[in-house]
Write a new protein. Structure first.
Length: 123
């Protein structure tokens, strides 16, 4: 894999559309776009469609929002990563309570679940 460009779309769909369009013009060999959230992935979908490249570029996002689930079902997005954002505060509170109970030795990195959501998981 060769990374040809990295830019921030500041978590916004419309800015992602603009940036992805520019990337597609500058790097017509692009085969995939990895967006750091699902809104930007949807912006990339719009850019790919506008460029007439539907089905030729794989798009992946993060967050597993409902709009992306439909785009995955429709074949417009390959996958999204579900970081279980609704549970992150719970994990943090559990870690804090454990640290209060057990002391500073509990101050370590914690892994939280991340699931790859593809069309197979949505059926």
């Amino acid at each position: 894999m060769k990374i040809v460009d990295i830019q921030s779309a500041e978590w916004a769909l419309s800015k992602a559309n603009t940036i992805a369009s520019a990337m597609l013009n500058e790097h017509p060999e692009i085969k995939a776009i990895l967006a750091c959230n699902d809104s930007m992935a949807l912006g990339a979908v719009a850019a790919v469609k506008s460029a007439g490249l539907e089905g030729k570029i794989q798009i992946i996002g993060f967050d597993n929002i409902s709009a992306v689930q439909q785009a995955i079902r429709d074949g417009k997005i390959l996958a999204t990563a579900d970081q279980h954002g609704d549970q992150l505060a719970v994990y943090g509170i559990q870690a804090a309570l454990s640290m209060l109970k057990n002391g500073a030795e509990e101050l370590t990195d914690r892994e939280t679940p991340v699931d790859l959501i593809t069309v197979d998981e949505l059926q």
